[in-house]
Design a protein. Structure first.
Length: 150
């Protein structure tokens, strides 16, 4: 699976996924679930690099003293919005407003898509940002299916 980055505007970001052939309905549902789950974690502030206490601790987590104050003082890092996953031939795309979530969000999504490619559905390419010249995008913010539910 090839991963590429184009122009990245985290408040107006398209994620493009190319399949080797047009995806089946089941494959579409898997990709939808990946994007929706990733967005939900981001909407709830899960991608906050200022509060990676467990990661920073390392492997020995026995009796780890998690510091709630450090967590409380971290800058709010939440995703704002997600569009619908759209399909055209062998391509899928989805629009996101990553808000104040950190770059770790993209690392996690790419890790998930790499494993998805290895274990479940082959993917040719994942492109972060930019637009495809043969599939123009409207310059508007789609309504999120999860917006306002939290």
């Amino acid at each position: 699976m090839n991963i590429q980055f184009r122009e990245v505007d985290t408040f107006n970001l398209w994620i493009w996924v190319e399949f080797p052939q047009p995806p089946t309905q089941e494959q579409k549902e898997y990709l939808q679930e990946i994007f929706s789950s990733w967005f939900l974690l981001g909407k709830l502030g899960g991608f906050n690099a200022e509060n990676l206490q467990v990661h920073d601790q390392g492997y020995d987590l026995n009796f780890f003293p998690y510091d709630a104050q450090v967590s409380d003082e971290a800058f709010l890092a939440v995703m704002h919005n997600m569009g619908e996953v759209e399909y055209q031939d062998g391509w899928a795309r989805c629009w996101f407003d990553l808000g104040t979530s950190d770059g770790i969000a993209l690392d996690i999504l790419l890790n998930v898509l790499r494993q998805f490619n290895r274990e479940y559905v082959p993917l040719k390419t994942v492109i972060v940002g930019g637009v495809n010249p043969d599939w123009p995008v409207d310059h508007f913010e789609p309504e999120s299916p999860l917006q306002g539910q939290f």
